[in-house]
Design a binder for this molecule. Structure first.
Ligand code: Q46
Ligand code: ZN
Ligand code: ZN
Length: 308
């Protein structure tokens, strides 16, 4: 395999794009593609301040790297979930985020420590709620709430996450399998701010395959935590990913078509009726928007267990 731009040895071959590139031209292509996605979905402008949710993993650190290279004002947010898993998952991923920030003095890293701030780590909250084995839904509620809070309180214009195409396709697959229209409505490269407590959310890597972000991180020598969160093992989202990867192997481009055709269908009004019904009001305690009548899902988590 040869690089299409210079004829040198290829570092990556992307079957779905029918494109091979070397270690010099691949990062250039990757940065250029990110720029195109940002522009295509009108995600943000150079004058705006961006907060990136950084997990210490490859996607979020690659995103931070690319946005800084493109000259954006991009700061990081690390949420310490207090997960150990026998190998210090949170402690080690936090170190990776800090190490990256130290190499980029132009950017700031904010750390939110859930245990310190609220008195219980994710595994502890999950234990209380009898979800010790599967804390992901609780974790998701807490992460979303804290990301939104940090973005609003820090005066950021937009919150960015490193979700890639494999993540988005797997999420879509799960939501379609169960026809969760509410979730489908909320799956988009850009979710606009609502002016009442929801920050704008963007996913600049949503058109990259996971192996493409992995290749970028590797070639750029970005140090990240390779281990997944211990609770990711056996999660249905991983099974969905594997299923889609098998389909992609048989027919390159499957994930991309699945995701982008969903976006087109949505734009064409597939869920317009459901959208009209969706009503949000501020949570009586924290003020963040919710579909619930009083407390949002986050605030309910911290209520005494007996009340349930
Ligand atoms: S961090 Fe949290 Fe994930 Fe770990 S507990 Fe589950 S949701 S798997 S992205
Ligand atoms: Zn080349
Ligand atoms: Zn609340």
């Amino acid at each position: 395999m040869r690089c299409r731009r210079c004829g040198g040895p290829a570092a990556i071959n992307m079957r779905q794009h029918k494109l091979s590139l070397c270690a010099t031209h691949y990062p250039e292509w990757f940065i250029e593609q990110t720029k195109r996605t940002i522009r295509k979905h009108a995600m943000f402008a150079h004058a705006e301040r961006i907060l990136i949710a950084v997990s210490g993993g490859k996607d979020s650190l690659a995103l931070w790297d690319v946005l800084l290279k493109l000259g954006y004002q991009a700061d990081g947010l690390y949420i310490d979930l207090g997960i150990d898993g026998g190998f210090g998952y949170s402690a080690r991923s936090r170190e990776k985020a800090i190490a990256f920030a130290e190499q980029h003095p132009e950017a700031r890293l904010t750390i939110v420590d859930i245990l310190q701030l609220y008195g219980a780590s994710i595994p502890q909250v999950a234990q209380r709620r009898h979800r010790a084995e599967r804390p992901c839904s609780i974790c998701g509620v807490i992460k979303r709430h804290e990301m939104n809070r940090a973005a609003l309180e820090g005066g950021y214009d937009v919150l960015a996450t490193g979700h890639n195409l494999d993540d988005e396709a797997a999420t879509l697959f799960g939501n379609v399998l169960h026809w969760q229209v509410g979730y489908l409505l909320h799956q988009a490269p850009v979710l606009p701010a609502d002016g009442q407590g929801l920050a704008r959310k963007v996913k600049p890597f949503c058109r990259f395959y996971e192996r493409e972000t992995a290749a970028y991180t590797l070639i750029q020598g970005i140090d990240y935590i390779e281990d997944e969160c211990p609770y990711a093992v056996g999660a249905t989202s991983l099974t969905h990913k594997e299923t889609l990867t098998q389909m992609e192997h048989d027919s390159p481009g499957t994930k991309m078509h699945f995701y982008t055709n969903f976006l087109k269908a949505k734009e064409a009004g597939l869920f317009a009726a459901a959208e009209a019904e969706l009503e949000l009001r501020p949570c009586v305690k924290c003020g963040q928007p919710t579909t619930a009548a009083d407390l949002c899902a986050f605030c309910r988590l911290w209520e005494p267990v007996e009340k349930e």
